[in-house]
Design a protein around this ligand. Sequence first.
Ligand code: F6R
Ligand code: MG
Ligand code: MG
Length: 365
Amino acid sequence: MKVTLSVIKADIGGFVGHSDSHPQCLARAEKHLAEAKKKGMLIDYHITKCGDDLQLIMTHQKGINNKVIHEMAWDTFVSCTEVAKELKLYGAGQDLLCDAFSGNVKGMGPGVAEMEIDERPSEPIIIFMADKTSSGAWNLPLYKMFADPFNTIGLVIAENMHDGFSFEVHDVKESKGITFNTPEEIYDLLVFIGAPSRFAIKSVSTRKGEIAAVSSTQKLALLAGRYVGKDDPVCIVRAQGAFPAVGEILEPFTQPYLVEGWMRGSHNGPIMPVSVEDSTPTRFDGPPRVTALGFQLSNGMLIGPRDMFKDKSFDNARQKSLDMADMMRSHGPFEPHRLPLEEMEYTTMPQVSKKLAGRFKPLKD
Ligand code: F6R
Ligand code: MG
Ligand code: MG
């Protein structure tokens, strides 16, 4: 049976500040998606949040980039924004960058990850959701899951994984893409994905072309001198069989790594694996969070979720993240905690430079 899995998300208003979502907004989304399911538009759905981001997890049979599904998601966000406005939540409607829907939510603010699959006799999937970071944040864990035998022993000892995987990589600033085959091209692949602010993994497939993972990476729009559309990504990963085991998919998050985002989208900080309940970035608006919900698909029905990072085995990773957060915070406004100038979400550099222009003197040899 062909099933499309669509995860569409947006920050429609934060509670309090940018630290969490309000239950009334989630309840409004629930109402809309229940109606869509009743009408037969959706097979099933699950509403959740990651920090201040509202997440619509949906299954249907309309394929990816479907206008009806995208419009319904957009209308849901618009309706939830009304709730956010009534409650005067912070940044109500912040990710709805356009006034009217125009066929596809991509480029309109919300993030989208979708895949159409032939549901296997048993189809375990993991949906990762992150807050206070950008889409390149999936590069390191996706590489480890699908190309690093120190993480995924299946690449070495499982016959159905031994051929490796293909990585589709997007240059998000120049809007072009390339596919690398691993293991033979891992050095070439790493040249690019090691620079996650510009090159982001869009999808991973088996060498036979079966989709294994897809992220919400999309081309960035340069608006008013700054890139938009890069915030708080999601990623869908299929597990078991010809794909990595659930434990191999979660393992990269046991070693917290630095990502761009955190306070004012302008800092490097450790990504911390947490339960949905703990996706409340509060310290210096962070540190960045990642949640993982596991489902078994059953004829498109979402059996679950299991809150995968709630497990005790991620306690050490959380502690490590917190220690790394202390270390990074000790730099205050200095790089490498603060992002390099060209990567910061916003800066006063032009205004301050203008004000001080007359005081800059040419250097003598
Ligand atoms: C980062 C984020 C927050 C805000 C910060 C300032 O992605 O959402 O760190 O950037 O709280 O928010 P504003 O500018 O809305 O007052
Ligand atoms: Mg927000
Ligand atoms: Mg957010």
